[in-house]
Every structure is written in C-alpha cells, then in structure tokens.
Design a protein. Sequence first.
Length: 429
Amino acid sequence: MKKFYILFLLTVSYSLVAQNFDFQSSQNQLGWISGGGGITDADLSITSDGLVVSWANPGTDNWQNGRKPKLKHTDANIDADNNKIFSMKLHNTSNSVTRVRVIHFKGLNGTDPNSSAGAQARYASFDIPATTGAQQTFYYDLTNVDWINYNNAIEDETDLDMDHIQIQFVTASPANGFLTSEGSITIHSMSFINEIPSEERVDFNFSENVEGFIGQNGVSVSQSAGNLVLDISDTSPYPKLTQSGSFAVNADAYKYATVFLSENNSPKSRMTFVSPQGGNQFVATDITPNSTTAHEVNFDLSTLDNWNGMINNFAFQIIEPTEEGAPLTSSGTANIDRILFSTENPLSVNQFSLEQNLRVFPNPAKDILNIQSASTVRTLRVLNVLGQEVLRQIGAARSINLSSLTPGLYILKTEHKNGGKATRKFIIQ
C-alpha cells in the first residue's frame, strides 16, 4: 500500500520474510496511534527503549471509566497470507497487564475494517507475566480463516495485505478485565514473521526466566526462586502452559518428558502433555492436588504419532477432571522446578529418583546443612527467596557452611555426577 517501512537491524535489511516495527531502533511510532478515547485511551511516547504505552489511574473498573488501553494501525501493510506469527518484544512494568489481545479485521469476511465489533474483528490473545525484564519476547500464532490479505472498498489502493490491526492490554483474570491502576508497558519491537525462530533445548530449569513458556486459558506465568510459577484462575476448565516457540525439542530423539513439580497448591489432579503437530494428541498423568510435596510427573511420548521433527509449541494442560465429563474450573498455583526431555524412559533411570532420595538436615539449620544422597553431589547452590544465588560450592560434598547467611528461607539446588538435579527448601534460624 502507500507506506512501507524499511527498517535496518544489525545492518541486515528488512524483507518480506519478517515485517518488523522496531520502535527502539527507529525512535518512531511507525504509524501506531492510540486506540481511541474512553476506556481504550492510551498515552504513547518514544523513549530510548522504544514505544511506551501508558495510562492514567482509572479509579474504577466499569465500562464508563475503566481502562483497557489500546494502540492501532490502519495501514500496517502486513503480508497476512505468509506472516502468521506475531512477535512482541517488551518490558512490562505495569504489575497489572497480564494479557495482550491482538485484534484484526476479519479479512475477506468483514465489511468495516475500522470497527472493533465482533462481526468485523477477530480477537486473539496471549498471557504474559505482570512484570517482566527488558527485551522479553513473546510469540503468538495468528493462523485463522480471517488472518488473510484483503482489499476493502474504503481503501484508496488495490494492494492485498492486512492493514487494520489493534493491540490491547488487559488482565487474564478476570478474563479480558479492566486495568485498575495506572501503569505503563514498553514495546521495544513488534514483528510479523512466517515462523518462530527457535533454539534447541531439552532441559528447562528456570534459574533466570520463564524460558519461553507462556500461560493460556487463564494461566499467568512468572519465575521466582528458580521455579516456574503458574497462577491459575478459575476462568477456564483447561488452563494451559505453552512453549511459545523460543525453544524447540527434537522429538525424533527425545521421546520422554518429566515435569518436576515442586508444589501443587491447587485442586488440579491431572496434567496432560499436548503434542500439537497436525492436530492435538495427548498423554495424561495424575498429579497430587493441594500438595506441597515435590514429585515427578512422567510422560511417555513414544506412543504419539505426531511427536516428531523439531517442535516448539508443545503444551501442558493442568485440569480438575470429573466423572461427568468436562473438567471443573478452579483456581490455585503450581510451582515447576524443571521440565526435562530425555531419550530414555525416566522410570528406568536412577537419576530421576533424586527428588525422593535427597535429604537435607537439620532443617531448620544454623551454621551447617548436611546433604544425604545416593548419588554423588557435584555442585551445591543456595538461592534466596528472590531467586538470587547467595552461595555456591563445587566438588563432592556432604555438607555446606551457612554461617555467612542471615536467617530466613532458602532454596538448595544440587547437581549430581550422574547428571541429575534436585531442589530442597530449608530455613536458617
């Protein structure tokens, strides 16, 4: 159409393969404006970090004065036929935004591309943590019958593409809810691409971040103290944890998966692995509801016909099943210490029993914490409740000196010579 933004990143020119709005590099809004007045009003500004979307304190959560800030583009020039993946690199400091909604015109099936009404616009959404670090990237697959190139009668050009797109910031719980306090979110860049770039990974230990996992269907995801924390709302009977595409697993080689569940503070009693290629296939395992006891959840993926190739959008559903049929909607939290894919059945490999066999004592401790394990410990790491490493000891050890630490709650993470890992919480008096 009339405008086509040519951006440069690391001296590599923009191409049709990826259509990028890089606010940080360009120092420009690139055609994006506030979504409008009232509840969708947003203040937009450019800083050295990118496009800052901010909103005032609404003081209420109703349709008259609430806040669901939105930005929009009416001439985005996206090749929707080929670029069906939406990527957003952001810094969420709002402490309230937990869902991003992508609203786009219904391609060839709508009549008014300027309307947000359900008959004219398609709504898609993905959940994000209420706070993130800078440069956090999220991916969402926009594939649907309405994400398609079009030309509408109100436009004064003949090119076929997707022009009318809106981005809205709301809460995941309540679903698509109002923001009840002032805040801001910085968008470094947004891209529309034809596939998700992935790094191969089989061991997710969440020592620094969420490692590409996002929540869907009422799940908010964050990282804390070396755990992936799932905050599950009661908005859907099928809450889901999904790998957004940042990392891929070689499904031809890795046919087994283990979730190391630190705590399950929810009534959910079943976890289901979802293999999505060519239509979802499932493997389900029971878990212990309302439990603070760590346990392993094992999945044999070798029986799945579609678990092959490089897969970067696998998922885990956590449900509360019923005998009558559909699962119940219920809320709670769950902490995951590690997700590990392996080439051997974990039930036949000794290292997977570490969580049950590792013993630390005394607990509470004072100056010395003793470690008892059937497998030789290679590295000991102590983290505080913020997930910061405060002590490390390398080499075979059966105890660790805690005299340099202040009283409080800590997390011990062990790595063993056989490749296994385990986690224990302890208190220093």
